[in-house]
Design a protein around this ligand. Sequence first.
Ligand code: PBG
Length: 338
Amino acid sequence: MPHDPLRLPQRPRRLRQSESLRHMVRETRLDAAHLVWPLFIQEGAASEPIAAMPGCSRLCVADLLKEGERALALGIRAVALFPRVPDSLKTADAKEAWNAKGLVPRAVAALKKELPDLCVITDIALDPYNSDGHDGLVSDAGEVLNDATVARLCQQALAHAEAGADMVAPSDMMDGRVGAIREALDLAGFERTAILSYAAKYASAFYGPFRDALDSAPRAAGGKPVPGDKKTYQMDPANAREALREARLDEDEGADMLMVKPAGAYLDIIQRLRQETTLPICAYQVSGEFAMIKHAAAAGAVNERAAALESLLAIRRAGADLMFTYFAPQAAAWLKEA
Ligand code: PBG
């Protein structure tokens, strides 16, 4: 009786027999340096937990510095800042967005002073500052205005660059903003400030917990007919070719890196962009993706560590160089143990 009754010449299982063999033939690796940690910040002397995002808090600047230090110790090289702006500073013209003494410029300056090696990325969009909750200015007729918004985004990017941001990340999806921001930065002598462009940002249902965290959901204000969603500027989840068009435009306008957002449900978009561009690609595992794993794990449906690391590995495998993820510190710690 032959030991190999099927006489199979190909037995893929041979290379899966031991952890050593599996490690040798592993095609994708995950490293703390691939992770960018999105951090929420707020005014005042205390931090506050975010109910919709287990384990995350809105940080006061003192705690932000501690978390920045923790990031570096874990091998995470970059953080991305998102401010919660008090209602009293939210206006229809969103002017707090380019206040040089505002929360974001102060937080950036503090981080760059204390932790110069930590790369600081800032979000360019008006939604945290806008009483209408939109990424752009809203006309009296309820239209999200493109060109008027782009001028404001340039002012916002300048305020962040002046404070020392390494990279500005326009997440607003207005047309032409990458070129305009590049020109504004260069004219002011900030040719070294990089632009990470949210090239393919979809009008996704997975941003819910983030909008809760920042109190930034679109809402009717001042009697205007304000649209309750962002579908006139964020992309339709049905479209893939359009993402290539957006990416090409942003690259031509001078983007240094391109973002796909969300990540997990858009792996095909990451893969297609990877084939089309030589720029580094980022993918944003957004608040809803994070919350789904957290809640499923809390309910005992999945193992949190395994599910989180698998979700990140899949995003890497699709072709992302970098990943924004709220799991960053946990994942980096798990990777150290592994
Ligand atoms: C807005 C912005 C959003 C996120 C990052 N920047 C929300 C939105 O577009 O409504 C979402 C991130 C997340 O859900 O984790 N400029």
